[in-house]
Design a binder for this molecule. Structure first.
Ligand SMILES: *Cc1c(COP(=O)(O)O)cnc(C)c1O
Length: 389
């Protein structure tokens, strides 16, 4: 008998989310209404941000963030290729050119030292990613950015609940530390609304722009028109988008947000346990957490020994019902990114090696100790078999 399959990830949803979705559905206000406003206020509070604006997903959040930072056609934005393709694509939505810099081997995040050689007269912003929930060296990046007067946008798609140590205190990602931070509520992230996104900022002018642009560039939000006792005609001073979050999504998001401390604690427990049961596998490198970071472990990514074929290891595990993923993709290797649509800001050797040599292991809320032991045993024997060939 084959044991039940172990998925790579699984959202944690139950009757609480079902009940929450009932509110807007039976109340009748289903988009851009009171649930969205409440979710924004609660999210802002949770990460310590002055403003939070809900949108349809993190890709649209990144697009609005880059526009607010002034990114225009012909500009360059320094970012990493080693990220989900949405990071680079949001730059191209603005007609701008992504300039890819390499990552640090230990954290899979942008190397602040790689930024300076990539700066050109066309550089308009830096888009830094907190990859797989692990905080990037945002303070180091901000240092470099300040010297070049560049705004910094944080792709925090995976990083809700992650923290960095600043001036002796732990601060949540999204405070924000850069100018704007963007979050995702896709089911592969810690909190999900099916699809969904959030922008946080300390800049009230940016926040006002996000609110107009997510709603076709309309001058008056629905909440204001709805509650006014005078007739109001809206205006459209500039082209906007339909990047709205619905109230059904927001109601679900509010329940998910209440679970965040429990989710982070559970993932940190499971990651710590992986660390113990995977210790001692020859040549296997476990992910590192800098002393100044507390990751939410959105993904637990290990580096395979040199001799291993990544696909062979993955297939061996899949044959035992265990889903894994290869290391994070590199946008510059995809056909959507031919020469001329991006510029190398330096070597990308660590980015490519991280994609080719790494493996993301299953991790989810109700993963049992036995599930984890099965993954560890399968990986251990797969590596032993391949190395002895
Ligand atoms: C998931 C993800 C995105 C895209 O988020 P969506 O909400 O699916 O648009 C962007 N950047 C990174 C790093 C991601 O992991």
């Amino acid at each position: 008998m084959t044991p039940p399959p172990i998925p790579i990830a699984k959202p944690w949803m139950d009757e609480r989310e079902v009940e929450a979705a009932r509110r807007p559905i039976s109340g009748g206000w289903v988009t851009q209404g009171p649930e969205v406003a409440a979710f924004e206020a609660e999210f802002a509070q949770a990460v310590g941000a002055p403003h939070a604006c809900a949108v349809s997903n993190c890709t649209t959040a990144l697009h609005l963030a880059l526009l607010a930072a002034g990114v225009r056609p012909g500009d360059e934005v320094i970012t990493v290729s080693h990220s989900f393709v949405a990071t680079a694509s949001s730059i191209r939505y603005c007609g701008a050119l992504p300039v890819f810099v390499d990552i640090e081997r230990a954290t899979f995040n942008m190397d602040p030292r790689a930024i300076v050689p990539a700066v050109s007269p066309r550089t308009r912003a830096i888009l830094a990613v907190h990859q797989m929930g692990m905080p990037c060296d945002i303070l180091g990046i901000l240092d470099v950015a300040a010297r070049h007067s560049l705004p910094v946008i944080e792709d925090a798609a995976c990083a809700v609940g992650s923290e960095i140590l600043r001036n002796g205190a732990w601060e949540r990602i999204g405070k924000p530390h850069g100018d704007i931070a963007c979050f995702s509520f896709h089911p592969r992230k810690l909190l999900t609304t099916g699809d969904g996104g959030m922008l946080t900022t300390a800049n009230s002018a940016y926040d006002a722009r996000f609110r107009a642009q997510r709603q076709h560039g309309m001058s008056v939000p629905d909440t204001v028109r709805h509650s006014s006792d005078r007739v109001i005609f809206e205006e459209y001073p500039e082209i906007g988008y339909n990047y709205r979050m619905t109230d059904i999504q927001a109601a679900v998001g509010r329940e998910q947000l209440k679970k965040l401390p429990e989710i982070v604690a559970r993932r940190r427990y499971l990651a710590g346990r992986y660390r113990r049961i995977l210790a001692g596998i020859e040549g296997l490198e476990l992910p590192a957490e800098p002393a100044w970071a507390r990751t939410n472990w959105q993904s637990f990514c290990v580096r395979l020994p040199e001799a291993c074929r990544q696909a062979a290891v993955m297939q061996t595990l899949l044959d035992q019902g265990i889903a894994t993923r290869r290391g994070i993709m590199n946008a510059h290797r995809e056909r959507a990114y031919p020469a001329g649509t991006w510029r190398p800001g330096g070597p990308l050797a660590e980015s490519e090696a991280a994609q080719d040599r790494c493996l993301i292991l299953p991790l989810y809320q109700d993963m049992s100790d036995a599930d984890q032991d099965r993954v560890a045993a399968a990986l251990r024997s797969a590596l032993a078999a391949i190395q002895s060939q």
